[in-house]
Design a protein around this ligand. Structure first.
Ligand SMILES: Nc1ncnc2c1ncn2[C@@H]1O[C@H](COP(=O)(O)OP(=O)(O)OP(=O)(O)O)[C@@H](O)[C@H]1O
Ligand SMILES: [Mg+2]
Length: 519
């Protein structure tokens, strides 16, 4: 998506004013950040992108982005190294500035170490907080963050409007159900209170750390040990495991436990990006690279991840010609933007994930051997949940404790029949499937329960119709399931992937395969 002309002009004119030569140099970075922000199609994704952009634009050690709006869950994303107490203090400070309706476009606090830029209109209100560990922000930083905050505000308003239209359709369909339950309506397949209490900041969402990985099995202990080694190294790392085992959260934990934790963590879902856009997404493009390209050029993910970690998710899906280009970048440690001639050094740690054994893809000729060896200097296999059953109970209880307070419940433990049911199901969607199962169980639990004694639905056959007698091809069934999930989510790929218990990248790949891509 290109940045609109008026935004570009406003950005440039804002940064034009003397004596901010440094700021003027920042204009391309700011434009790239705005463009990147606008590609965030979901509230959470947009919020994450905003926080990442703030870190890369301001060299802040910590960034927090919050907004709330009618029809949207409040969104909060925090990024960077900060202990929980300090993060809570930042959250309170940001909340205070937002609710006081501060008139100025930005505020420098704590001797300039903290910078806050609030934003808002009739539909949304929110703000961005950036904090430095050393040194102070100046007014040029303030103006730039204020400009960026305005863009985050308008992106949030767009998302609010879209959500409102979507919500109206679903509420309409649920209206009949709501007649007998005046306080609740079914929205997005979940029961929600019709009159939401005033929104509050949810607990700080931060990157996963090694201590956040739940599980006590010997297999997970080994994963933790290997991860610890990986945090101390800067070598390329390959994380393999089935869908939903926790590859991405492990990559986050390794990033946040290592020396690059102050830098950005950028994830590229290789399977989700159309082939012809992959090169420009990864390596960027220079002005005039192709028709319709941003005339100012565009930084690729390698450049955005400078000083941090680049996660290449589902790396096995990279087409062979992209594998060759990636190999060159990794060897030379520099990128040349598409259509450009200048090579730019990129100091990036690459972590790749795959949910198929990459060695097997290499042996089958689908993955370059030289790239395989370069990516797998370190390698961590994450076993599926069925091979580490000791983790089931702690994980189930972790998710119950995570989701209970969000739905007015106070369940802490799982026992008896519920535990037996959990332990006897193979969880093909692994931790992700278990997480969603536990979240939905919370809805059915009594408000006074502190322990989950039996499951409201059994994970084996819940709601499934009996298997049809005629044998159908797996492709046929899979196509139908994907189509049904997309239809049920109103075209929202993220939600459909969650419902199917697979990653978004994987669903994109299947949608393309079956010609079901939402328009
Ligand atoms: N050990 C763990 N402790 C707590 N939560 C976990 C753990 N492992 C995974 N999760 C949760 O499971 C979910 C799926 O994890 P993640 O996205 O990392 O899976 P993945 O292996 O990358 O899957 P895919 O291949 O489908 O992308 C996340 O929501 C994460 O919070
Ligand atoms: Mg993943």
């Amino acid at each position: 998506m290109a940045v609109s002309g008026s935004v570009r002009e406003a950005t440039l004119s804002l940064l034009e004013s003397p004596p901010h030569r440094v700021a003027r140099e920042r204009a391309p970075a700011l434009l790239a950040a705005i463009e990147w922000l606008q590609e965030g199609a979901e509230p959470r994704e947009m919020t994450e992108r905003a926080a990442l952009a703030v870190v890369s634009l301001t060299t802040a050690a910590f960034a927090m982005v919050y907004f709330e709006g009618s029809g949207l869950e409040p969104q909060l994303f925090a990024l960077g190294a900060l202990d929980e107490t300090a993060a809570e203090a930042c959250s309170a400070m940001l909340r205070g500035v937002i609710s006081s309706g501060a008139g100025s476009p930005y505020l420098l606090l704590a001797q300039g170490a903290t910078l806050i830029a609030p934003f808002g209109d009739d539909m949304v209100r929110g703000g961005i907080l950036a904090r430095k560990s050393f040194g102070a922000f100046d007014d040029a930083d303030g103006r730039m963050l204020a400009q960026f905050a305005r863009q985050v505000g308008s992106a949030a308003t767009t998302l609010c409007l879209r959500e409102r239209v979507r919500g109206m359709k679903q509420v309409g369909a649920a209206a009949l159900d709501a007649v007998n339950e005046p306080s609740q309506v079914a929205v997005e397949g979940r029961m929600k209170r019709a009159s939401q209490p005033p929104s509050r900041l949810s607990p700080t969402q931060k990157m996963f750390g090694l201590d956040d990985l739940v599980g006590e099995s010997a297999a997970l202990r080994q994963v933790r040990e290997l991860a610890l080694v990986a945090t101390r190294s800067d070598s390329s790392l390959l994380i393999e495991g089935e869908t939903g085992v926790g590859k991405e959260v492990l990559a986050q934990a390794i990033h946040s436990g290592g020396p690059r934790h102050r830098g950005p963590f950028i994830a590229v879902h290789c399977a989700a990006i159309p082939r012809d856009l992959l090169e420009s997404e990864l390596f960027g493009y220079d002005r005039g690279a192709f028709t319709g390209a941003d005339p100012h050029g565009h930084a690729g993910k390698f450049e955005l991840a400078r000083g941090g970690t680049l996660l290449l998710d589902d790396v096995a899906d990279l087409p062979l010609e992209m594998q060759a280009k990636l190999l060159r970048v990794l060897q030379e440690r520099s990128v040349t933007r598409l259509g450009g001639s200048r090579s730019r050094l990129v100091d990036v740690r690459v972590v790749a994930t795959s949910n198929v054994p990459l060695r097997r893809a290499m042996e089958a000729g689908r993955f370059r051997a030289d790239l395989f060896y370069r990516l797998s200097v370190l390698s961590i296999p994450v076993p599926p949940l069925r091979e580490r059953r000791e983790d089931l109970r702690p994980l189930a209880e972790h998710f119950l404790r995570k989701y209970s307070p969000l739905h007015g419940r106070r369940i802490q433990t799982v026992c008896g029949e519920a535990l037996r049911a959990i332990e006897s199901y193979p969880w093909p969607g692994n931790v992700r499937e278990l997480e969603h199962w536990m979240e939905s169980e919370v809805h059915f639990a009594s408000p006074s329960a502190v322990s989950l004694d039996r499951l409201a639905r059994l994970p084996t056959s819940a709601g499934q119709p009996a298997a049809p007698p005629a044998v159908r091809s797996l492709r046929e069934v899979e196509r139908e399931l994907c189509a049904a999930a997309i239809a049920a989510s109103g075209g929202d790929v993220t939600r459909a992937a969650r419902d199917l218990g697979i990653s978004r990248g994987r669903l994109y790949r299947k949608l393309r395969l079956y010609g079901l891509e939402p328009r």
